[in-house]
Design a protein around this ligand. Structure first.
Ligand code: PEP
Ligand code: CO
Length: 458
């Protein structure tokens, strides 16, 4: 029989009591109709195994430390909001394919190791600018992601349902299970580099460019084999490290998956490897920042155009008081028109204080607009302009442009305008399937990667 002390060691993680974020103001939380139902669900999630392990979060943090010091590049990508309904092995596989393709293009084209982090296996909750949506005189709670409610415009769908939290846990678990199998079970083997290029991508210019890069990689692999290197035993060729991330928005859910690591006794958020606070919930004294400061994962904060230098410095000190490398990523999302002016003074101030920060660029969220037909979209050229502005600002200040953060899907959707595929405004309706923000399709994502690889080239 196990003694209690051994049981503690065997249970990799322990649940934590009395979270400090509870005493702070938490914005963007749903109004659950029945507290009793919520408590039952939370108790059940607390009994569930962690989705990720502390050791994995630490391994990501050490990789992010490399990105911070200019020795690697972070690619963080996936849906704006994952869906419970558009949920299948194929769609998970296709998202992974496009991320693997992008990583190959960046690694091959720019010669830097690429850290792969999906907005996946937990990105089920959304902050909203308005709590209420009004349509034809009827007002209902806004859609907050499938972890909270449904997107259909009815009282029934829009009423927050705590059972959805449990469903988010199960959807995340099965997504992670598949991702782990793909990452380690042969699918991500570099010798499969051609098979990640889907037919509708192949026919585009970017897809063909990818094919030529893939041919050269094949040639390099054959060369290594001919030199006597046994590629079958090379884990770095056969497998990838793929990490998960999402916005830590619904704090009751995050809290239920927050555990103590029995190896180090430290607290980790175990819903994903990397968690971030969004632009709407990054108040220095707010509950979200308090939550992130209480866990030991690598974490991020979105930084929009209204953030002041002082706020950013306070956040950096508060979230990383021990100056740990790889702990803190600032994800800037200023908009193409503002980045050149806003980013350099921020970079300078943080560099002057020698605060360790990994800087990444989200070129999506500052560039959203609504067409005359009322469709939310983004223009590929704006996405590229903001990305270029990000690289220019870093060049000017002498800091490292450490990564990109994009919303994409593996499908041939028509949600963003422009790019090499030249999706026109009137084509947006053809295949517009996102439940939240417009995403780059796989062709646009490959196109973007080639352009970023050029910017990264020394
Ligand atoms: C998002 O990443 O989907 C998002 C809502 O971003 P932000 O917090 O930057 O607006
Ligand atoms: Co979004």
């Amino acid at each position: 029989m196990n003694k209690p002390s051994n049981i503690k060691k065997q249970n990799q993680m322990q649940s934590v009591l009395s979270p400090s974020w509870l005493s702070r103001v938490a914005l963007q939380q749903p109004e659950w109709p029945n507290k009793g139902d919520l408590d039952l669900v939370l108790a059940e999630i607390k009994r569930m195994p962690p989705l990720v392990f502390a050791g994995e979060a630490r391994s990501l943090m050490s990789k992010l430390a490399n990105a911070q010091s200019g020795k690697a590049f972070l690619l963080q990508a996936g849906d704006c909001a994952e869906s419970f309904y558009d949920f299948s092995a194929d769609s998970i596989r296709d998202k992974l394919k496009v991320i693997l393709q992008m990583a190959v293009i960046l690694t091959y084209g720019a010669g830097v190791p690429v850290i792969k982090v999906g907005r996946i296996a937990g990105q089920f909750a959304k902050p909203r600018s308005n709590d209420v949506e009004t349509l034809n005189g009827v007002s209902l709670p806004s859609f907050r992601g499938h972890m909270v409610n449904g997107e259909g415009f009815s009282q029934e769908e829009r009423t927050p349902d705590p059972k959805r939290l449990l469903s988010a846990y199960h959807h995340s678990a099965s997504t992670l299970n598949l991702l782990r199998a793909f990452a380690k079970g042969g699918f991500a083997d570099l010798s499969q580099v051609h098979s990640w290029n889907r037919e509708f991508v192949q026919s585009s210019g970017a897809g063909q460019r990818y094919e030529s890069a893939a041919n050269e990689i094949d040639r390099a692999l054959r060369f290594m084999k001919a030199c006597g290197i046994d590629l079958h035993t090379e884990a770095t060729i056969q497998q990838v490290d793929f990490y998960t991330s999402h916005e830590a928005l619904i704090l009751e859910y995050e809290d239920a998956l927050t555990r103590q690591d029995s190896l180090t006794d430290k607290i980790y958020g175990c819903s994903a490897h990397f968690l971030w606070a969004g632009e709407r919930t990054r108040q220095v004294d707010g509950a979200h920042i308090e939550y992130l400061s209480s866990i030991n994962n690598p974490i991020g904060v979105k930084i929009g155009p209204t953030a002041t230098v002082d706020e950013i410095i306070t956040l950096a000190k508060r979230l990383n008081p021990d100056n740990l490398p790889g702990r803190l990523t600032f994800i800037t999302r200023f908009g193409a028109k503002k980045i050149k002016k806003l980013l350099p003074p921020i970079l300078e101030a943080v560099a002057e204080l020698e605060l360790p920060v990994l800087w990444t660029c989200d070129p999506m969220h500052g560039n959203t607009f609504t067409t005359k037909d009322g469709i939310k979209t983004r223009h590929f050229d704006d996405v590229m302009d903001e990305t270029k502005g990000f690289f220019e600002a870093h060049k000017k200040v002498g800091t490292w442009p450490g990564g990109i953060h994009v919303e994409l899907t593996g499908d041939g959707v028509t949600e963003c305008i422009g790019g090499e595929t030249d999706t026109a405004e009137d084509q947006l309706v053809n295949r517009y399937t996102t439940i939240c923000d417009p995403r780059l399709n796989a062709r646009q994502a490959i196109d973007l990667s080639f352009r970023v690889a050029e910017l990264l080239r020394p």
